[in-house]
Write a protein that binds this ligand. Structure first.
Ligand code: GCO
Length: 255
């Protein structure tokens, strides 16, 4: 009988941008579901610290410090994992930044830094992972999109464009890789209580707007997103492909 469980035992998961926030929460949950972890970031000290706290939780963790926007360092990181016989079965493209500024005041460099980190990175890291998953005939790719994969608000244009791109990149991955046994899907977090949203949660007006605009009348907690990640990383989602699952308290469903 084919295993359609949520058990990730024997699988290895690479989560980009996983030293804190949503990435850390997702990595921790995949670890507790049985996966061995490769956590990533650019700040070596910070990912070592995060790795230690995950190991203290009894999880098997390896760190991989590389810049997801730098093609050479991504290729080198995967070559190092290959040399150690480490196969990435599950890739979570989570690394991302936010920049809040009216578009007319935005420089091309600022635009490009957000697009590179939030979109191009998923192509670069996704391509390296798929080059290894395709010969194995199986693999899971989970791209972290956003409510902004389908909706916009003022002052976050590059982020919105990148997250919209993530939704369609996910579908493009499905179009090219599903026949090789890869499932590529996305998650669209709503307004979550993360460091990235610190400036918003501490703004009483914005806080009130989120609570009024969200059908669940509250912000989401990172832990409320990880179940969806485990589902999309496991055999339970073997026939789910090219989808985005919004975890947003109903915000994208209701005007
Ligand atoms: C903002 C926030 C959002 C959230 C999230 C919502 O400035 O509106 O940063 O972009 O982070 O993406 O899904």
């Amino acid at each position: 009988m084919q295993d359609y469980s949520f058990d990730l035992t024997g699988r290895t998961a690479l989560v980009t941008g996983s030293s804190r926030g949503l990435g850390y929460a997702i990595a921790r949950a995949l670890g507790h579901a049985g996966a061995s972890l490769v956590i990533n970031g650019t700040n070596t000290a910070r990912i070592e610290e995060s790795a230690d706290s995950l190991r203290a939780d009894g999880l098997s963790v390896r760190t991989a410090a590389f810049d997801v926007t730098n093609e050479k360092s991504v290729v080198e990181a995967f070559t190092t994992l290959d040399a150690e016989g480490l196969k990435v079965d599950i890739l979570v493209n989570n690394a991302g930044i936010q920049l809040r500024k009216p578009m007319i005041d935005l420089s091309l460099e600022e635009w490009r830094s957000v697009i590179d980190t939030n979109l191009t990175s998923a192509f670069i890291v996704g391509r390296e992972a798929a080059r290894r998953m395709i010969p194995r005939g199986r693999g899971k790719i989970i791209n972290i999109g956003s409510l902004m994969s389908g909706l916009a608000r003022p002052t976050i244009a590059p982020y919105t464009a990148a997250k919209g791109g993530i939704k369609m990149l996910t579908q493009a991955m499905t179009a090219e890789w599903a026949a090789h046994g890869i499932q590529a899907n996305a998650i669209g977090p709503g307004y979550m209580l993360t460091d990235m949203n610190q400036a918003l949660t501490s703004d009483p007006q914005f806080d009130a707007w989120v609570k009024a605009r969200t059908p669940s009348r509250r912000w989401g907690k990172p832990e409320e997103l990880v179940g969806t990640a485990i589902f999309l990383a496991s055999s339970a989602s073997d026939y789910v492909n090219g989808q985005i699952i919004y975890v947003d308290g109903g915000m994208s469903a209701v005007i």
